[in-house]
Design a protein. Structure first.
Ligand code: ZN
Ligand code: ZN
Length: 264
């Protein structure tokens, strides 16, 4: 029970910080916060994601490319160009590392506006000692609390939590589920798995209205990360910077439908 609680908490916290900090803040600037709060959030993201921490800069650049080239050959991770999820993630990892090491230059429009902290993003993230420290910490927890050998099968997921979430969101979110809005890509909303991904799987809503801070648009959709952001905004920790445009039905569509109903 202790191990399962740890696994679920680590899973949800990792995906929350990926959605909240790397995605909605670094890549999209959906909210602002003071420099000290930004540092605290940056550090918390590193501490929670540990061995699988992703550089906000590289994440933002890759993600902005994903929006600009969604489901075309230039998309860094469209499931429609790869035979399986492993090949897609390998390709994404290569592009991520190329940008980190300065091989290949992204277009200027994808640069800037993300938080940078060399001590965390470069020194700690690439330090073998730090990575081994995280791996040792997760393993020690399992050695202390595991009650059955099968539970150790969960350990590798802790080591690679960030890429595991990326694989689920990028593969499922452009392949399985329903669409609320017409968009030029193949993005979908994958409702059953969405709560486990803290709102990240409302890909269709998010691709159509990329700057809307709430990824949910319909009554039955709930975006947990947005709910946390709402509370943070109320408490004055962050300030929401972009308006909510993802609403369903779309005002224009709704007006057209109402007009058609009147005419009938
Ligand atoms: Zn997407
Ligand atoms: Zn996005």
């Amino acid at each position: 029970m202790v191990v399962l609680t740890f696994f679920v908490s680590h899973w949800l916290l990792c995906v929350f910080f990926q959605s909240f900090f790397q995605h909605r803040y670094a890549a999209h600037r959906m909210y602002t916060m003071g420099p000290r709060t930004e540092r605290v959030m940056h550090l918390l993201t590193y501490l929670v994601q540990g061995s699988s921490y992703l550089s906000p800069r590289a994440y933002a650049v890759l993600h902005r490319e994903h929006h600009a080239f969604s489901d075309t050959e230039k998309d860094p991770h469209s499931p429609h160009f790869f035979k399986d999820v492993f090949r897609m993630m390998w390709h994404t990892k290569k592009r991520y590392e190329d940008y980190i090491h300065g091989r290949g230059q992204p277009e200027a429009r994808f640069l800037g506006g993300y938080p940078e902290w060399p001590l965390v993003d470069d020194t700690l993230r690439t330090s073998w000692l730090a990575t081994l420290g995280w791996v040792a910490l997760y393993t020690a927890f399992y050695v202390t609390f595991a009650t059955s050998p099968w539970q150790f099968l969960l350990l590798p997921i802790h080591f690679m939590m960030g890429p595991v979430h990326g694989a689920i969101v990028n593969w499922c979110g452009h392949k399985y589920g329903y669409r609320n809005f017409n968009s030029s890509d193949k993005s979908r909303n994958t409702l059953p798995v969405e709560l486990l991904c803290m709102g990240e799987l409302f890909q269709n809503n998010h691709h159509k209205y990329g700057s809307s801070p709430n990824f949910a648009a319909r009554r039955f959709e709930v975006d947990p990360t947005w709910q946390v952001m709402r509370v943070m905004a109320k408490l004055g920790i962050i300030r929401i910077a972009t308006p909510q445009r993802a609403v369903w039905p779309e005002p224009r569509e709704a007006a057209r439908e109402a007009g058609a109903a009147r005419a009938a």
